[in-house]
Design a protein around this ligand. Structure first.
Ligand code: GDD
Ligand code: MG
Length: 342
């Protein structure tokens, strides 16, 4: 069975991390994000994945290649952003799509029961089935009320109005060919704003799943997903964490530093003596000087932090940036990537 992964958004809310690296392959807990998605798809019998790329599209193919653990990977690149449904139409026009297709948002980390969603889809005879998940704050999602039989009653994409339910669109769809036929060709089209609202009452069903689900598309949620993976809230085959719950690549040098709890150090990082990295995420080749204190922040590849600097919670430092010795990067700030790394 095939799945198409939407992997062409600009990842604006994750900038500067996504200024040079596309969101779908941003390192998460030390591996390109989509690896978690491909492994999950593989567990549900998917053997071919079409990656729909646009922004920095070459970057996705360069990292993932043409095969992952028995899943064939193929790429459809768009010249202009086509939204969420437009890329599926483009892939259909390229040919080779089966009549029943799974479509995924490429920034969702989940262990939802895709097999059960497919079973429900067959049982109800739906034209489209959307996985739904419950969240506390529905404001940045598509809200999807259903009746007791799972029929979707409305599709309310980031409407701002009081939500009638806390069940939202989880970005995991099973679609019949009829849906692809509805998508206009040659322009950007949104499933959420054009296609799903039109399908309400015409074979659109919701499948409610209570498993793990998170959209990694903001720094806060990227960090939350990282800590959940480290803590094993979501099952994975990550290497064992150390006694502080941290994941430190073998090639790192950290003697005399305090790492953890729950830090991630990508390959070839070096951390000076007396430094403390608390729930921090370092991508590859980050150099941290002595006596620095880094808390709950993300540092892109090749960042250099001078000795004694402090990086406060929820800061994001873009690739190659240079933080001077003794500097304080305030909580929640964004430090742009160095020009060469963008
Ligand atoms: N190929 C391609 N082209 N992909 C795109 C484009 C495009 O022009 N625009 C966005 N995408 C991809 C993104 O890379 C992402 O994987 C997915 O489509 C969804 O886009 P986001 O920008 O992350 O949307 P969102 O998170 O605000 O909202 C969507 O996801 C929510 C769940 O996380 C909607 O589907 C909501 O209804 C849903 O609740
Ligand atoms: Mg998203």
């Amino acid at each position: 069975m095939q799945a198409l992964v939407l992997a062409g958004g600009e990842g604006t809310r994750l900038r500067p991390l996504t200024s040079g690296v596309p969101k779908p392959v941003l390192p998460l807990a030390g591996r390109p994000f989509l690896i978690f998605v491909l492994d999950w798809l593989g567990r549900h019998g998917i053997d071919e994945v079409i990656l729909s790329c646009g922004f920095l599209g070459d970057g996705v193919a360069r990292v993932l290649g043409t095969e992952h653990r028995g899943i064939a990977l193929r790429y459809v690149n768009e010249d202009e952003p086509l939204g969420t449904a437009g890329p599926v139409k483009l892939a259909a026009l390229h040919g080779g799509l089966e009549d029943r297709l799974i479509v995924l948002n490429g920034d969702v980390l989940t262990d939802a029961d895709l097999t059960a969603e497919l079973d429900q889809h067959s049982r109800t005879g739906a034209v489209a089935t959307l996985a739904l998940t419950a969240v506390d704050d529905t404001s940045s999602y598509g809200v999807v009320p259903t009746d007791d039989d799972g029929r979707v009653e409305a599709f309310l994409e980031k409407s701002g109005a009081p939500a009638p339910t806390n069940r939202i669109n989880a970005g995991v769809y099973v679609l019949e060919r009829d849906v692809l036929d509805m998508i206009p060709d040659g322009r950007a089209v949104s499933f959420e704003r054009e296609i799903f609202p039109e399908l309400v009452g015409n074979g659109l069903y919701g499948y409610s799943d209570d498993g793990y689900w998170i959209d990694i598309g903001t720094p806060d949620r990227y960090l939350e997903a990282t800590w959940d993976l480290l803590a094993g809230v979501l099952g994975s085959d990550l290497p064992p964490r150390d006694e502080s719950g941290s994941l430190i690549a073998d090639s790192c040098i950290t003697s005399g530093a305090r790492i953890g709890p729950q830090a991630v150090l990508g390959p070839h990082c070096s951390v000076g003596a007396g430094a403390w990295l608390e729930r921090a995420v370092l991508h590859e080749r980050v150099i941290v000087g002595a006596d620095c204190h880094i808390t709950e922040s993300v540092l892109g590849a090749g960042v250099v932090v001078g000795h004694g600097a402090r990086i406060e919670a929820r800061a994001v430092v873009g690739s190659g940036a240079d933080i001077p010795a003794g500097a304080v990067v305030k909580a929640g700030s964004r430090v742009p990537a160095a020009a060469a790394a963008r």
